[in-house]
Every structure is written in C-alpha cells, then in structure tokens.
Design a binder for this molecule. Structure first.
Ligand SMILES: [Zn+2]
Length: 61
C-alpha cells in the first residue's frame, strides 16, 4: 500500500529505517515512532524501542 498520510504535521523525517536493527520498516507497521532531538525514528519492536531509549545517542548522528 502506498497510502501517504498528509493529514498531520510530523517531525522531520529521517528514514524509514529502524536505527537499532537496520531494518526498513513500513511506517504504518512500525511498532512505534519516537522523536529524539526533533528527528523521528521508527522502531520495529519493543526490544528495539527499549534498546533505542536506553542509549539514543548511540543510534543517532
Ligand atoms: Zn528493530
């Protein structure tokens, strides 16, 4: 599905990629999106979320 959602403003979008495991993620299917320092990140699962939140600086640049 290529359904683009323009109905709400989103933070600056970097990449449809999970910074923890490196998987590309359909943002409609992401476990969660987190915003860190104005950038939005997609996480695929609770494990990646926990890992990201434990040490976000390790996964952002
Ligand atoms: Zn992941």
């Amino acid at each position: 599905m290529m359904n683009k959602d323009h109905t709400k403003a989103t933070p600056r979008k970097r990449d449809d990629r999970d910074p923890v495991c490196g998987k590309h993620i359909n943002r409609n299917k992401a476990h969660i999106t987190v915003v860190y320092e104005g950038d939005e990140y997609l996480l695929c699962c609770p494990l990646c979320q926990a890992e990201f939140e434990r040490d976000p600086g390790r996964y952002v640049r």
